[in-house]
Design a protein around this ligand. Structure first.
Ligand code: HEC
Length: 153
């Protein structure tokens, strides 16, 4: 009886986790192609380093350019530090917002709703899943939330 319950519980857990597992998602295999297709036009090699972007933000926004994020090191600045949680705030699907409003980069995740959902799930899994996907800034983020980050290269 006990072992049956364990098997059923394990099966239920793996069914829930099945779509995208954090330890299967890597920057090189999963995030890079997604980034190339959906983000690089405005966050690629032509874009300013975030320090430059911040100094002249209005001009860059007018040019439709955001800060550069086209390497692992550049991207995780928007997850961990100094721009803690920025990637999650911008790509959130709205489930963390009181009115269900998605982050303003969510629309770029795909052409249609199902592609956006899929790519959102990939980013979320890469970050470390539901425990790591939090929208806090540096001053509010907890050690537990930081510990949950996976971000496999
Ligand atoms: C059409 C251009 C465009 C595309 C495509 C685009 N972005 Fe952006 N992004 C911007 C601009 C411009 C800003 C700065 C203005 C703002 O903060 O909204 C920005 C801001 C951001 C920020 C906040 C940066 C900060 O300083 O905190 C993040 C994170 C981000 N984008 C991630 C992404 C990701 C990930 C993708 C791909 C799924 C993406 N963006 C696609 C134009 C774009």
């Amino acid at each position: 009886m006990n072992s049956l319950r364990m098997i059923l519980t394990a099966a239920a857990l793996s069914a829930v986790a099945a779509p995208v597992l954090a330890d299967e998602v890597t920057y090189r295999e999963d995030i890079t192609p997604l980034f190339e297709n959906h983000c690089a036009a405005c966050h690629g090699a032509q874009s300013p380093y975030v320090g430059e972007f911040d100094e002249d933000k209005d001009r860059y926004v007018e040019m439709n350019q955001g800060p550069r994020m086209d390497s692992y090191a550049d991207l995780i600045m928007f997850v961990v530090y100094p721009d803690t949680g920025a990637l999650m705030r911008r790509l959130d699907d709205g489930s963390n917002h009181p009115e269900g409003k998605p982050g303003n980069m969510y629309e770029y995740l795909g052409e249609d709703a199902s592609e956006r959902e899929r790519n959102h799930a990939t980013f979320k899994a890469w970050v470390g899943g539901a425990d790591a996907w939090n929208l806090e800034r540096w001053n509010d983020v907890t050690k537990e939330q930081l510990d949950a980050l996976v971000l496999t290269y």
